[in-house]
Design a protein around this ligand. Structure first.
Ligand code: ATP
Ligand code: LTN
Length: 337
């Protein structure tokens, strides 16, 4: 596809692994940018189900959760007319390229990844090869589609750098084969913090339900969590380094309303924390209401969801096959003619 200047449109790729729940952290840090970018780029958004296998999954729950994530992609407004939405496991080239890229990645690069170190600590009884190899599969996801831009939260920056290193290494060893992708990280909201510990990232799989808010959560529960959000022992709403809880709430409210954090801080400066938290909660409820309603509707229509998934897989496979064929040719694998 081309844009109005007859230049080929650039490619955007991103994904989320179907573990835990999609939180407002995922929404603000990543998905909100996907929605903006899908209008001007050739975009692909994957359900990174193969990545989720790095931690043990109950098969029935896993299948249901992956479908639920897919419905949430659509419910937030990712438009299958504009973007390719699909399950990673439906396009076998992801694993195929991943193996090849493994042979261009050093073990030392993988063992120093922050996420690997964190997850190894959390899953000490299951430090499997997939956990170590996770960033190579992610590099394959991105490089398969000749991606220019990868919208993610700041925690994924290190993985993006590895994808760039692998691409450059391969391009230098042969000839330009992969586009070297750039991260796209928003200035504001690239890291939303836990409502219970404003110095820790809000995480999809946090076992404390009060720490995060799901994008399909019901209004009462959202309001309750914001009322309980941990702040500090002052009373003024101000943007200051020593007020991470308040800054986090301002970040969230700003993302929900489109108003700047500064103007919100001015508006709520002296209202007291109870009223401020109530207002933040309401802004989240209002923003998420149509998403939840659309999600509930879509979950009743599995046939439609499957048809979108099928079309997405076909379109993604077509693109992925081209890259894999090119890669195989370059490295000297015998072609079957
Ligand atoms: P988990 O806790 O299961 O590891 P997670 O909450 O870190 O999950 P991911 O699936 O790793 O979520 O992330 C999906 C996308 O959302 C990524 O682009 C990631 O950078 C972004 N993201 C995740 N958490 C946050 C957050 N708290 N703030 C901003 N962006 C986030
Ligand atoms: N590892 C990512 C999810 C992910 C991804 C990708 C993000 C899998 N493949 C490709 C961007 C591009 C995470 O957020 N945990």
């Amino acid at each position: 596809m081309e844009n109005s200047n007859n230049q080929p449109k650039k490619v955007v790729y991103s994904g989320i692994q179907p573990t835990g729940i999609i939180t407002i952290g995922n929404y603000i840090g990543a998905i909100d940018n996907w929605l903006k970018l899908q209008n001007d780029y050739n975009s692909l958004f994957g359900i990174a189900d193969l990545h989720a296998l790095t931690v043990r999954q109950n098969p029935a729950e896993f299948r249901a959760r992956a479908m639920s994530f897919f419905a949430q992609y659509l419910a937030v407004g990712i438009d299958p007319q504009k973007a390719i939405i699909y399950f990673q496991s439906h396009v076998k080239e992801h694993t195929e390229l991943s193996w090849i890229l493994n042979c261009y990645t050093y073990v030392g690069e993988m063992t120093r990844m922050t996420q690997f170190k964190d997850k190894s600590q959390k899953n000490a009884d299951n430090i499997n090869m997939g956990l170590l190899d996770y960033p190579v599969l992610m590099a394959a996801d991105i490089l398969l589609y000749q991606t220019d831009l990868v919208p993610v939260g700041v925690d994924q920056k290190q993985h993006l750098e590895i994808a760039r290193d692998i691409a450059n290494r391969f391009n230098n060893a042969y000839s330009p084969t992969f586009v070297v992708p750039e991260p796209y990280i928003a200035k504001q909201g690239a890291k939303v913090f836990s409502l219970q510990d404003p110095t820790a990232k809000m995480s999809k799989s946090d076992p404390d339900p009060n720490a995060s808010v799901a994008i399909i959560e019901d209004p009462d529960s959202i309001m309750r969590k914001f009322k309980r959000a941990v702040t500090d022992c002052e009373t003024v709403v101000e943007i200051r380094d020593d007020k991470p809880g308040i800054v986090n709430l301002l970040t969230i409210m700003s993302a929900m309303t489109g108003e700047s954090m500064e103007s919100l801080a001015a508006e709520y400066h002296d209202t007291g924390y109870a009223r401020f938290k109530q207002a933040v909660g309401e802004s989240v409820v209002e923003k998420l209401r149509p998403i939840r309603e659309e999600y509930n509707r879509l979950m009743q229509d599995k046939a439609y969801l499957m048809s979108v998934a099928k079309e997405g897989a076909e379109k993604a496979s077509y693109l992925a096959r081209k890259t894999v064929a090119k890669v195989k040719r370059k490295i000297g694998l015998v072609e079957l003619k």
